[in-house]
Ligand binder design. Structure first.
Ligand SMILES: [Cu+2]
Length: 251
């Protein structure tokens, strides 16, 4: 596993990290009608010291909480310098239901987002039943400028190749929801063996769905096919460079 940049889940008051830094960063989860208050501290070590932000998709916010660096027009949340803190306030309105990415949108957002500074916001409809198995899968690449390694790795959640990438587990009869995000400059094709799903909840059935930069698809099905399965990006060069994983279904 590679450690590039990663958001860290902090305890209240930022006394200590609540867990190790990871790619993706912590998944934020709430219901329609909730208000998200997200405390961010820039804890980058000296050798990476630079401003960062946290820019959300899908939720409602005012310009202060956009988390976007805009030169002279930058608002408070658009520049969190090294050691500084900022609290974002975002609203989960009815149109926010779904899964969305957040990512760095500071002055160096391209490189930092490619380094792994991103995560998921899952907003459930009010009082809706939750899936039995719910996972987030970020499709992205870690390239030599961000790792110092000689070759590119096509990753899922910061790792490359089945066995390193997330192994998803489910049982027959369970309701499964997989939120799949594209979070680099490429278009990916999420493919799952032995399963199919209604695209966007509609009538069109797929087992292979395109997910572009900062797009999310949600794959939902009721599990009915036990075994060890592959899931992978169907862009062949991505699959060959690591964008694949196991899905393990027990009877
Ligand atoms: Cu791909």
């Amino acid at each position: 596993m590679f450690r590039a940049f990663a958001y860290q889940l902090m305890t209240e008051g930022f006394a200590a990290a609540a867990g190790p830094a990871a790619i993706p960063g912590p998944t934020l989860e709430c219901e329609v009608g909730d208000v998200l208050r997200v405390h961010v501290r820039n804890g980058l070590p000296d050798k990476y010291a630079q401003a960062i932000t946290m820019h959300p998709h899908g939720v409602r916010y005012t310009p202060e909480y956009d988390g976007a660096y805009m030169g002279d027009f930058t608002r408070a949340g658009g520049y969190i310098g090294p050691g500084e803190e900022f609290t974002y306030t975002w609203e989960a309105i009815p149109e926010s239901a779904g899964a969305w990415p957040y990512h760095d949108h500071g002055p160096n957002h391209t490189l930092n987002s490619m380094r792994g500074l991103f995560g998921a916001i899952i907003i459930h409809p009010k009082d809706a039943p939750r899936p039995d198995v719910e996972r987030v899968l970020f499709l992205h690449s870690l390239a030599p400028p961000t790792t110092g390694l000689k070759r590119v790795f096509q990753c899922i959640n910061g790792c490359a190749y089945a066995g390193n990438t997330p192994t998803i587990e489910a049982k027959v009869g369970q309701n499964v929801a997989l939120h799949v995000f594209g979070i680099d400059d490429a278009f990916h094709d999420f493919h799952m063996h032995g399963h199919r799903w209604h695209k966007d909840g509609g009538n069109f059935v797929s087992d292979n769905q395109t997910v572009g930069p900062a797009e999310t698809i949600t794959v939902r099905f009721k599990e009915d096919n036990p075994g060890r399965w592959l899931y992978h990006c169907h862009v062949m060069s991505h699959q060959d460079n690591g964008m694949a994983g196991f899905y393990l279904v027990t009877p």
